[in-house]
Design a protein around this ligand. Sequence first.
Ligand code: DGY
Length: 433
Amino acid sequence: LAALRETAVSVLRGNDLGDITRPSPTLYPHQWLWDSCFIAIGLRHLDPQRAAAEILSLLRGQWPSGMIPHVIFAETTDFYHAGPQRWRCDRVTTTAGGAQSTGVTQPPMIAEAAVRVGEMMTDSARAAFYRQLYPGLLRFHQWLYTERDPDDDGLVSLVHSWESGMDNTPTWMEITRPAAPLAVRALRRINGDDALDALRRDSKEVPPDERLTSGDLFTLYRIVRELRGAHYDFREIRRTIVPLVQDVAFNAILIRANEHLTAIAAEIGEVIPAGLRRSMRRSREAIGQLVVDGVYYSRDFRTRTLLRHETIAGLLPLYAGVVPEDRVDGMVKTLTSPRYCARFGVASVPLDDPAFLPRCYWQGPVWVNMNWLIADGLERYGRLDAADDLRRNTVDVIAASGAMYEYYSPLDGSGAGSNRFSWTAALLLDLLA
Ligand code: DGY
């Protein structure tokens, strides 16, 4: 394990760009929101100040509205397939630090990461860190509700699968594919994926069958075009064909982040504004509307119908701590069953799902960050054996390949995607600490 730890440290060092860490040297050369949070959770074991800088640097990308974008572009000429020219956000806004960014957000893991980093600091360093972070973080949480929960449902809506972080998860692709305009669908039908394949670069870095199909990728680009046309403004976006999803994993992470934000505020003598406190309470109640027969699903914002495709996203209410006690054992049984765990778990899509592909991105592989979140949830519910087993299993899968892969096959543990992936390295350090 000492050698594995060394590999993890070297991956993080190799991806370190100063005060941000890129997720991987090839596929992802910029700063990603939730990646930086998981990265900070690992970096805290090496250098808490550097970990704090990783989190604070996210504020450079903050929009005047309060949104913190999913990607903040670094000063690099390295190729990225969805760079600033695809978004053209500089036409609608500026960011706090002048950096270019995308026009959507990502799971709000910032408060969790901040608290974890804070645990490693002296009281005074932590207070100083929290004071720097708090105003921007508060505005981000306020924005999530004011912009993305306009009908006061208690659940925030996402406007792109990239916001969920689980790009090609079946739930999202099922609602996004039909929403893609005819032209994209016709193109996919006529050309299959072949002609489109020639246009992409991400699938040249890793085998194409480990990434989205080109048809799906171009559909996601098309949604970006719609968002751009709607100036990234939810009131305008509502009037377009863009799918709007009350994503269960995102809302679960938000609920947990709300708790951490409240703790951060208390520690530095700040008071969370009443409006946000009310929204926080509503979220905890509203997530209960997403469950049927013990399974949590995402919901279509427009029709308020549940998107009944079972995936790993539905396990995150455990992490949020919103699952009624009498439902917990059922969920533990599900996630430890052969449907989610073959040799290695937890599969991102159940193995018996027709969409399951063991090495294809969010369509089946095991992701270290998901295991970390679920294990935390299990611990929170006092299911300590299950939490330990999952953590051990996660270290085993990384150890079996010996490399910090982006994701792993649940069937044989083989690594896929990038093999120098920062959050795998960072969370391994945390699991071994
Ligand atoms: C990508 O570039 O494929 C990312 O997953 C989008 O966030």
